[in-house]
Design a protein around this ligand. Structure first.
Ligand code: SDX
Length: 433
């Protein structure tokens, strides 16, 4: 794979280390440093992994400068316009768009895995009524490994595929059950006559006392949001899934780790934080004050939904979501939605501000998504849960890709040690402040 070379020399040593340079299909080359410690006795140093490729992958490609996002080579704009979330989850998992027969078979399999064991439903009773639904997701998803022993032999590709299907299928059921626990309502069982998103909506908002009609607007908007959130290369939660999976941990534990990582406000928790931020800003007259807070290094406040480790241009997902937001609000006769207007004004002001422009801080996937979720009646506490449902497609795809690589091995980073040098134990009576 490597025909290019790089050389590393040191100011305090004579030797020069030759390193292979790998080229991918598209995007930056990667300098292979795997043998560096063996050959030169040094580590590389990259806290936060700004310049580190942790693996090779064929799933998603991002170009942060050009604002490009492709799943298996297909531009996100085309998938958003033409595809469905389940078709995209198939594409991410298997690498190719399904034929009609393959898609029908896949949808049937996912549909028939949406139920969860009755004992799992009792788990929710153990949570305080106002437990954050992400806390319930982490706990219940992790506990799936206690139920599905027939799909946790990591060395069996059929077990891996079955576990992946179960996870994609059951996340909406678990998510809706967490919501029902919060609102004190009886859970709604899955319905196999509905679409993946239609079923989720009925499990969320359906009630035993009346028939539930799926709103096509909400169904299409959520399906589109799920497509846009399905995968994003080696982000924090996907990297968590890969690292946990590299030890051979079962897939349910791996996805629970992904859910936990996604919960952070710097990652998937940002969509919930954006709504709280907009409500704190209140109205356009306060925008300058909050932009100044965001720029003040002594102030922990950040403009939530802005900035991205990779995109130093407009996040292509944010551009699409803003349009969907406008369409949803217009169809709900709410085109003057104050939160959306405030978000638009905030974006406009930030994108004319040197601080944000020179740092390449643009709206990201989380900036507008929460406004849509709220317009569809989904509470803020469920916003990151929505992200987790969608990202499960990416998480299981990366987990499968890692296991399909016969050369994969446990991930075990090293460190630059800056602690105390060797010193002898001091008996308690001899210690002084
Ligand atoms: C997601 O990785 C992914 O792909 C993630 C994701 C996915 O699909 O999986 O895209 C989903 O997580 C989107 C990001 C959601 N998070 C937020 O919206 C939270 C707000 N954003 C930031 O916290 C921040 O921008 C990050 C975490 C997204 C990125 O952080 P980085 O890459 O570590 O950048 P940084 O913190 O080093 O910031 C660089 C500079 C700093 O200023 P200087 O020290 O250079 O003067 O930009 C500033 C930061 O202070 N900065 C911000 C800012 N984000 C960065 N200043 C104000 N407001 C912000 N939002």
């Amino acid at each position: 794979m490597a025909d290019k070379k790089a050389w590393l020399s040191f100011s305090d040593r004579e030797d020069k280390i030759e390193l292979a340079v790998h080229s991918g299909t598209v995007g930056p080359d990667a300098v292979d440093i795997a043998g560096l410690y063996r050959d030169a006795g040094v580590f590389t140093y990259d806290p936060g992994f700004l310049s580190t490729a942790s693996c090779s992958s064929a799933i998603t490609y991002i170009d942060g400068d050009k604002g490009i996002l492709r799943y298996r080579g297909y531009p996100i704009e085309q998938l958003a316009a033409e595809s469905t979330f389940l078709e995209v989850s198939y594409l991410l998992m298997y690498g190719e768009l399904p034929t009609r027969e393959q898609l029908d078979d896949y949808v049937c399999k996912i549909t028939h895995h949406t139920m969860i064991n009755e004992s799992l439903l009792r788990f929710f009773e153990g949570f305080h009524y106002d437990a954050h639904p992400m806390a319930m997701m982490v706990g219940v998803v992790g506990s799936l490994s206690g139920f599905y022993h027939d799909s946790i032999d990591m060395n069996d590709p059929q077990h891996r595929e079955l576990a992946a299907h179960r996870l994609v299928a059951k996340m909406p059921t678990i998510a809706a059950a967490a919501y029902k626990h919060n609102v004190g309502e009886r859970v709604m069982y899955p319905r196999n006559d509905l679409s993946y998103v239609g079923n989720f909506l009925q499990m969320m908002f359906g009630r035993p006392c009346e028939a539930y009609c799926v709103d096509p607007l909400a169904e299409r908007a959520l399906d589109l949001l799920f497509i846009l959130h399905a995968d994003h290369e080696q982000n924090a939660s996907t990297s968590s899934v890969r690292l946990v999976g590299s030890s051979g941990a079962n897939p349910f534990a791996c996805i629970a780790a992904g859910v936990a990582s996604l919960w952070g406000p710097a990652h998937g928790g940002a969509n919930e934080a954006v709504l709280r931020m907009l409500e704190e800003i209140g109205d356009a007259s306060q925008i300058d004050k909050y932009l100044d807070k965001a720029k003040d290094k002594d102030d922990p406040f950040r403009l939530m939904g802005f900035g991205h480790r990779v995109y130093k241009n407009y996040d292509p997902r944010a551009r699409i979501i803003r349009e969907v937001c406008l369409q949803v609000l217009e169809k709900l006769a709410d085109s003057n939605n104050p939160l959306f207007e405030l978000a638009r004004r905030l974006e406009e002001r930030a994108l004319h501000d040197e601080y944000f422009l020179e740092r390449g801080l643009y709206p990201n996937v989380d900036f507008y998504s929460g406004i849509i979720y709220r317009a569809l009646g989904i509470p803020e506490s469920m916003f990151t849960v929505m992200f987790a449902i969608a990202r499960t497609a990416g998480w299981v795809s990366h987990w499968m890709e890692m296991w399909d690589d016969p050369k994969h091995r446990i991930g075990r980073p090293r460190q630059l040690y800056v602690g105390a040098d060797r010193r002898d134990y001091v008996p308690l009576e001899e210690r002084r402040d």
